[in-house]
Design a protein around this ligand. Structure first.
Ligand code: EPS
Length: 403
């Protein structure tokens, strides 16, 4: 079973991750991890922190000569900003002279954090709840992505909207209609969207969004948005209908919802299907040479909690960043008087980064189910199990059904 834990505060010394369950002999190159870490840092609307950091993952264990050993992989991503926070974030000192933060920001984990953990300083809530932790998740998700490449599973993403600005022609329709270029791969989406400062698929859309972000910045405000993450090449049969906690769509929803500031997740055409007739919602089954495929893909590649073999399509919605330079009302916990919420260095928009993180979480979820189904202690064994199953799928159906 694949699993991982991360540790680290936003302005602490470093983020770390322990990743377990990957088969041996999977090639992992540090530059591959760092390439995806860099993608997470990009995007118009990010704050000053991203100019300080150059996120790189140091591999501490579990990999030798660029290949996994089957043992736990541990990763370290140093926070360059730590140098400026050593005193304020010291694990060793008592911190008597450090000023406490007493005004919670609405929408952030500030107030719930101090309430739950019995803190007397909001800084203690801010640190671990910060989206900085997602750097560690991108590093671990990138190992999952590397595993998936062995199976020809390809993952990409794009931003659909920011601040309510949608494109004239929404690419998601092509995904649901299965109107995709021949040999389309999930990564094709990222190749294109990575060229845009806000990770959208067309220039005119990008310009409109950037002007909206400029407007928000001017007002001291922030924006959220929606994004898609797509996985192609996912084999038929990952996940199961037998239990609530074995369903692939439920696992993906949890993985995406767990990303900081995500407030909604849909698989396939999600909410829209609730407004349509069944005949407009479901995907007809057709015979295509030696396989059974779907004419359309409104289900987003999952039926009954099980992958159909069609692209897995996930849509997410991120709320606007909670730190506002023109703040809304809060209460100073020291005086219990109404005040403006605290300003703190932050991003204005982080939807482009969120989409990259969603790729990693989607990769993690699918890799987890690949390992559950195909097992194996070495990548060679896992691939053998996969080929043995996948190559015989249609033959087995025919054998079972044709009289
Ligand atoms: C982030 C690091 C943070 C923020 C952002 C994401 O750095 P700092 O708080 O030092 O500016 O830029 O986090 C948030 C927006 C948040 O609300 O926590 C990162 O590395 O992604």
């Amino acid at each position: 079973m694949l699993r991982f834990l991360t540790a680290g505060e936003s302005h602490g010394k470093a983020l770390t991750a322990i990743v377990e369950g990957f088969p041996a002999n999977l090639i992992i190159k540090p530059e591959y991890l760092n390439f995806h870490l860099k993608r997470r840092q990009a995007g118009y609307g990010r704050g000053l922190r991203m100019q300080i950091e150059t996120d790189t993952a140091e591999i501490l264990s579990g990999i030798r000569f660029q290949k996994t050993l089957g043992s736990p992989i541990s990763l370290l991503i140093k926070n360059k900003d730590w140098e400026n926070w050593a005193e304020k974030m010291s694990p060793e000192h008592k911190g008597n002279k450090i000023e406490k933060i007493t005004v919670p920001r609405p929408g952030h984990a500030d107030l719930v954090g101090i309430s739950k953990y019995n803190f007397d300083d909001i800084r203690n809530s801010i640190e671990r709840s910060s989206a900085r932790e997602t750097a560690a998740r991108v590093a671990t998700g990138t190992i999952a992505r590397r595993l998936l490449e062995e199976f020809d599973v390809s993952i990409g993403s794009f931003v659909e909207s920011i601040g309510g600005i949608y494109p004239k022609e929404n690419f998601s329709n092509n995904l649901f209609d299965n109107n995709l270029p021949k040999n389309f791969k999930g990564w094709d989406l990222s190749e294109k969207s990575d060229k845009s400062d806000v990770r959208v698929l067309d220039k005119e859309h990008e310009e409109k969004i950037i002007s909206k972000i400029k407007q928000a910045k001017k007002k001291g405000d922030t924006l959220g948005g929606t994004f898609y993450a797509v996985a192609t090449g996912v084999p038929v049969g990952l996940g199961s209908f037998v239990h609530y906690d074995t369903k692939l769509d439920a696992d993906i929803a949890q993985a995406i919802m767990s990303i900081n500031a995500v407030k909604a997740v849909a698989i396939g055409s999600g909410f829209e299907t609730a407004e349509k007739f069944g005949s407009e919602s479901h995907d007809e089954i057709i015979l295509d040479k030696e396989s059974l495929v779907r004419r359309t893909n409104r289900a987003g590649g999952i039926e009954g909690g099980i992958s159909t073999g069609m692209p897995v399509i996930v849509r997410g919605a991120m709320k606007p960043i909670a730190t506002l330079m023109s703040p809304i009302e809060s209460v100073d916990l020291k005086t219990m008087k109404a005040v403006d919420a605290r300003r703190e260095r932050s991003d204005f928009v982080a939807v482009p980064a969120c989409a990259v993180i969603a790729e990693s979480m989607l990769a993690w979820s699918i890799a987890k189910y690949i390992m559950l189904k195909f097992g194996g202690d070495s990548i060679e064994e896992t691939l053998e199990n996969f080929r043995n199953y996948n190559g015989k799928l249609f033959k087995r159906i025919k054998k079972n059904f044709i009289a």
